[in-house]
Design a binder for this molecule. Sequence first.
Ligand code: SAM
Length: 365
Amino acid sequence: CLTVRWSRVKPKWATTRPKYPATRLALHHFDVAYGSQLGPLWPSVRVALLCEKKYGALINNFSHHDAMAELQLQGCKDFISDTAAAERGGEEVSQSDLQTTSDASVHSNIKCLVFPEETSYLPLLSRPDSDGLLGYYLMDAASVLPCLALDVREGHTVLDLCAAPGGKALTIMQTYDLGFLCVNDSSVSRTMRLRRVLQSYVPKAQLSDAKVHISSFDGTMWGDVERDSFDRVLVDVPCTTDRHSVTEDDNNIFRKNRVGDRRRLPQLQTALLLAGILAARPGGEIVYSTCSLSQQQNQGVVEQAAHLALEQHGIHTQIVDLKPLTQKFSNTFHFAPGLSVGEMVVPHLAANFGPIYMCKLRRLT
Ligand code: SAM
């Protein structure tokens, strides 16, 4: 009886199961690409990518629940304010360091807690307060960095072009004093998820039409709707999501039937960044980010989009140095050494965040 059952089940199982799972294809691809791009750094980054990642808890300033105190009691530390406090209080801080600090302002009202020890993990569930708003949002702590780099100031109008599921939009909203926020994502289902995330963390009054606009456009076409207007634009593009690609077969961009999507990524990313540049006002700033280590999806895209902005639209851009910002956080994250364009958090067993690449552009004309 067992033999009969096995012979019925086996062929179906054998034909539906791919010969090489997407995670294995991804790892093979990365071994080739990152082996040569990162050289001796790659083996340790590879191990970290395959190990359990660390989270950060973005504190929700809109919640009455004091999640910050609760997590601090468990040993968590706010990696942003701790750095700012060390800079203010440290006698050894030199005048030139202080100059750098003021250049790369860090909003003290964005708080993200991490466990300093690599072995401790944050509780996954955050409790709602009396208004039903959750106390913190779990995300890769390195994802907060592009939002800090964006440097949103009082009254700024901000566009988050690829915003779902909403971790970075929520981080930007923690700065309180922004003027107007447009959050967009081309996927209707993901935009619905984004809306649910915002509703779980932000009071209704802060989500009024006068303050937040949620849309579901193809971001590459944003210029057809609105140009030259935003003070800040975040372009957090779809990418090979390297950590996901080596650990999860579900929705994996290395699946055989998604080869076309993967090959078109740099083209899509360039079109999105170009649209972000067009959406910013002259003098405005744009942050491009990915969660991939790929030079082609990172530096390659930034250079190509800046080139197209000039060639096709006569728009000059300038790369803004993010070193002053990353230096502040070098105790929490491992940054790739010697990148010529942008900064990148690389996964490391002792600080298993990232990968996150970010590059900031200023629109000059
Ligand atoms: N910023 C988000 C956050 O912090 O939660 C993550 C964004 S995710 C890396 C990239 C997003 O880009 C996906 O939600 C995807 O649906 C969206 N996307 C893909 N193509 C797009 C396009 N042409 N226009 C706008 N969004 C797009």
